[in-house]
Design a protein around this ligand. Structure first.
Ligand SMILES: CC(C)(COP(=O)(O)OP(=O)(O)OC[C@H]1O[C@@H](n2cnc3c(N)ncnc32)[C@H](O)[C@@H]1OP(=O)(O)O)[C@@H](O)C(=O)NCCC(=O)NCCS
Length: 210
């Protein structure tokens, strides 16, 4: 693994980003499918842009954390970020990208976001964490709801993507909403891991065969 492990989950480790990660980030951010709902990617990004971003990430870590999402099967698959907007109001904004297309929809984005929010609320004592999501980005919207974000507002026809305007949703999570969501998510995972299935009478029975 490149970088230094910082937050460790069951399947996902959030770690520091290094210059050796640049080729992956360049490929992802210049991929129009990956960047279609992101704020970056409208113009080509090259090696120098990427090095500048990685060096900035290494310097600015006290108010703007950007961490790589590492999983054992695939290595680095994306990144999460937490930008503290105000230490007085104790508010921040998050962003997530699973860049490796084949690794989307496997729960890595949700687990990475859970780890980051746990750090934001329980370690950094933040009060409210925002996320802006394109209303048409179903995977991102569902991921945020799963992590305890609720809708605060909607900017209508705000983002121009793929030939039309889309609404931009402003979502936020508090420690309470996050911890309720985290508990439900952990419980769901335990149930999945135990392989419980429902028999016809509706009671839970262990799955014996795969
Ligand atoms: C958005 C993103 C971070 C989600 O991460 P992920 O690992 O792919 O998503 P997860 O597997 O954790 O699933 C999160 C939720 O989205 C749902 N989902 C996943 N892929 C989906 C898809 N293609 N369409 C609709 N829903 C989808 C999952 O079912 C899950 O919902 P649930 O918990 O209610 O079942 C990731 O897909 C991504 O980075 N996409 C490209 C960049 C981007 O758009 N970033 C977000 C900018 S705000």
């Amino acid at each position: 693994m490149q970088g230094v492990p910082f937050l460790k989950g069951e399947r996902v480790t959030l770690r520091t980003i290094t210059r050796a990660d640049a080729p992956k980030f360049l490929r992802w951010i210049n991929d129009p499918v990956t960047s279609r709902f992101l704020l970056r990617g409208d113009f080509p990004l090259g090696w120098d842009d990427e090095m500048e971003w990685i060096d900035k990430v290494a310097r600015r870590k006290e108010d703007h954390l950007s961490l790589g999402i590492e999983v054992p099967e695939f290595g680095l698959v994306g990144n999460v970020s937490l930008k503290v907007e105000s230490w007085i109001d104790r508010v921040a904004t998050t962003g997530t990208m699973i860049g490796e297309a084949a690794t989307r929809g496997k729960g890595y984005g949700t687990e990475a976001k859970m780890l980051l929010l746990g750090h934001a609320f329980r370690r950094l004592n933040l009060r409210k964490v925002y996320s802006n999501v394109c209303a048409s980005n179903e995977a991102s919207h569902r991921c945020q709801l799963r992590c305890g974000y609720v809708e605060e507002g909607r900017y209508r026809d705000d983002l121009y993507r793929e030939g039309r305007y889309h609404d931009l949703l402003v979502l936020s999570a508090t420690r309470e909403s996050f911890e309720a969501a985290e508990a439900a998510w952990k419980e769901k995972r335990v149930t999945q891991q135990e392989g419980l299935i429902m028999d016809f009478s509706g009671s839970a029975v262990p799955r014996l065969f795969h």
